[in-house]
Design a protein around this ligand. Structure first.
Ligand code: ZN
Ligand code: ZN
Length: 122
C-alpha cells in the first residue's frame, strides 16, 4: 500500500529512509547515519490536520515575523583602511553590530581575511 506522502526523511541527516513496510515497527533506521527515526509514513496518510487548515492570517503573521528576523540579521560588510594587528594587512572588512542595549550605540567589528577579528574598543 505504497502511497504518495509516505516518504520519511532522517531527522539527523535528511537522508530518505526506506519506505514503510506497513508493519507494526514504529522506527526506521537511517542507512546513512544510523539514526533511528519515527516511522511517520502511515500517519501522514491518516492525518487530518494540514498546514493549510490554519487561518491564513496566522500563517502570514508567522511568515512576516520570520522575514523580519532575517532582515535584522543581514549585516552589510564594507572594506576599510585599517591595519590587522595579526597579519599586518592594511585593508580589512568591518561590520556595524549592536552588541548590548540600544542606548549604547553600535560597535564596529573588524574582520581580516586571515581570520582575525576585533572590535574598535580593543
Ligand atoms: Zn541519517
Ligand atoms: Zn589579518
Amino acid at each position: 500500500m505504497a502511497a504518495i506522502g509516505s516518504l520519511v526523511f532522517c531527522t539527523d541527516c535528511g537522508n530518505l529512509l526506506p519506505a514503510t513496510k506497513g508493519t507494526e515497527k514504529n522506527f526506521l533506521k537511517c542507512e546513512c547515519c544510523g539514526a533511528w527515526n519515527k516511522d511517520t509514513g502511515s500517519k501522514t496518510i491518516l492525518t487530518k490536520s494540514k498546514p493549510s487548515d490554519f487561518p491564513s492570517f496566522l500563517r502570514q503573521k508567522l511568515q512576516s515575523s520570520v522575514q523580519a528576523v532575517e532582515r535584522h540579521n543581514i549585516q552589510t560588510e564594507s572594506v576599510v583602511q585599517e591595519r590587522c594587528p595579526k597579519c599586518g594587512r592594511d585593508e580589512v572588512k568591518y561590520t556595524s553590530v549592536q552588541l548590548r542595549s540600544a542606548d549604547e550605540g553600535s560597535t564596529i567589528i573588524f574582520t581580516c581575511d586571515c581570520g582575525h577579528s576585533w572590535n574598535e574598543n580593543n
